[in-house]
Design a protein around this ligand. Structure first.
Ligand code: AMP
Ligand code: ZN
Length: 510
């Protein structure tokens, strides 16, 4: 099965072909959070859609090497201007915490030193990892075994300085009168291609707001900052251009190159990342590595709206995962609600929508439990196995989640879980149907299959005696009987493996 994916760079839906297609390996850089506060559900819409893309690639056979940065320095509040205007977001957090400290109230009663930005970043990064795990983001499993999967810019300063030096040496960057190193956008004719901004628009400041202070020293208003010497910045490092800090855009280019290579398959982010962030990343990376392309596919998720408008604290509709869970919402329902609308449309989050998602998950879970308890029943019809193919086909059509869920719902409706199933002697079993549901949920990630009814009261003695009987059958070369026993175990939801240390078993539903 081949994935077709909309590419923001070409504005076309294209067949996905990985750089390492023959090995079925896909590289994927996802722009992650800036850890100056708890991530909100809008942020998670972007991250979860990236997770759905990753899971879809895995379901069709790719190994996905995914990296997601956790920004702990250099992301400025004025990030619509590509030259480091405003205040570092970590400084915003430090100020907020200093205020909180004065009034004696810190979030969750935590002791955080406002003068220690790295400790603040670590605190919110930890919270982000916990929330991401609760929401079923697969990258967390990789991050638990390999720290390089979720890199922090403060640990890649040497790589960033080297990239700036290369850009200066190649004539793509210059030191301006204010001592700041800027990227010279005119040295890269493709600047503007991703966002659709022409050089004319950028020159007049239409492509992004213009910072009047820096206009005087830059060659072009669209030139953006790579390194800023600043003796007062809350975090700073020595560099050939003075003690200072890196630009936010540079961070992603340097980390993506260091961890995934010069050219990557997929790069994701929210729609607001297109300009200037990703536009700048492309310019830096292509010029520093002398490559025609930085990422072959650009994947952008449109914004999440809440109650039809922007999420805002004053409207009382600004939610983090923690807020919703404390109101009684389940993480699975939140996940489904955040991924069910096509990623290229705005999604509208409502409490009613959340309830509907929960109801749907409950139905799927009831069916999973029923299939589990009747795994040995032989059936001719196989609605979930058919739905699995249709589901994957819909997902491969630029992640048509709503269409895919439609096929699942249809299959689920064909079952009556209040009554016992009829064994019609067909050549499929309800355990096979459950396996199909498992594949579907490997992408959705919302049905708690681990706690399926059948896995709760598993009869270990019966499994052991069946395995022993199978070994006896094998030693007397009764292959037919050995095979029958294997099938019996399979329909009980048990998979066996013969290895050097004898026969071991695992539950099919993991
Ligand atoms: P930030 O922590 O501000 O760097 O944002 C992290 C990610 O969340 C970025 O990829 C943003 O594009 C994305 N994002 C922010 N707000 C929303 C929203 N309301 N809906 C969807 N994505 C968002
Ligand atoms: Zn980024």
């Amino acid at each position: 099965m081949q994935l077709h994916l909309y590419n923001s760079l070409t504005r076309k839906t294209e067949p996905f072909v990985a750089i390492q297609e023959a090995q079925k390996i896909a590289s994927f850089y996802a722009c992650g959070p800036t850890v100056y506060d708890f991530a909100h559900i809008g942020n998670f819409r972007a991250f979860l859609n990236a997770d759905v893309l990753r899971r879809t690639l895995e379901a069709i056979g790719y190994k996905v090497n995914q990296v997601m940065n956790i920004t702990d320095v250099g992301h400025m509040t004025d990030d619509g201007v590509a030259d480091g205007g405003g205040e570092d977001k970590m400084k915003v957090a430090a100020n907020r915490l200093a205020e909180a400290k004065k009034s004696g109230v810190l979030p969750d009663g935590v002791e955080l030193d406002p003068s220690d930005p790295l400790a603040i970043a670590q605190y919110y990064a930890q919270a982000f990892m916990e929330d991401s795990k609760i929401l079923g983001m697969e990258i967390i499993d990789d991050a638990e075994t390999n720290a390089d999967v979720m890199p922090r810019p403060t640990q890649y300063i040497a790589e960033m300085i080297a990239m700036v030096q290369t850009l200066v040496d190649r004539g793509h960057a210059y030191v301006a009168a204010d001592g700041v190193v800027y990227f010279d956008v005119q040295s890269f004719p493709e600047y503007g291609k991703l966002s659709g901004n022409t050089m004319e628009q950028l020159r007049s400041g239409e492509g992004g707001r213009v910072n009047m202070e820096t206009q005087a020293v830059k060659k072009n208003p669209a030139d953006f900052m790579l390194w800023k010497p600043d003796p007062n910045h809350l975090m700073r490092w020595p560099s050939p251009w003075g003690e200072g800090y890196p630009g936010w855009h540079l961070e992603c280019s340097a980390m993506a190159t260091a961890l995934l290579g010069n050219v990557i398959d997929i790069h994701s982010g929210g729609e607001d990342n297109i300009f200037p962030h990703h536009e700048c990343e492309i310019a830096q990376s292509c010029c520093a590595t002398d490559s025609k392309s930085f990422a072959n596919y650009w994947f952008h998720t449109r914004f999440l709206l809440v109650d039809g408008g922007k999420m805002s604290k004053s409207k009382g509709n600004f939610y983090t995962l923690r807020d919703l869970v404390s109101k009684g919402a389940s993480p699975a329902a939140i996940r489904l609600e955040l991924i069910r609308t096509h990623y290229r449309s705005n999604a509208n989050f409502t409490m009613q929508g959340l309830k509907d998602s929960q109801r749907q998950i409950d139905r799927w879970k009831r069916l999973a439990d029923w299939l589990c308890t009747h795994g040995c029943v032989h059936v001719t019809k196989r609605p979930l196995q058919q739905a699995k193919e249709q589901f994957l086909t819909a997902m491969c059509d630029d992640l048509n989640v709503a269409g895919a869920i439609g096929f699942l719902s249809e299959a689920v409706s064909s079952y009556a879980v209040d009554i016992d199933p009829v064994d019609d002697g067909g050549d499929s079993t309800l355990a096979d149907e459950l396996e199909a549901l498992q594949v579907i949920d490997s992408i959705l990630g919302v049905i708690d299959l681990e706690s399926c009814a059948c896995t709760e009261d598993i009869d270990v003695d019966k499994i052991d005696s069946l395995i022993e009987a199978r070994l006896d059958a094998r030693s007397s070369k009764d292959w037919g009987r050995a095979d029958e026993i294997r099938k019996e175990l399979t329909c009980m939801g048990i998979e066996i493996k013969d290895g050097a240390d004898g026969t071991t078993w695992t539950r099919i539903v993991q």
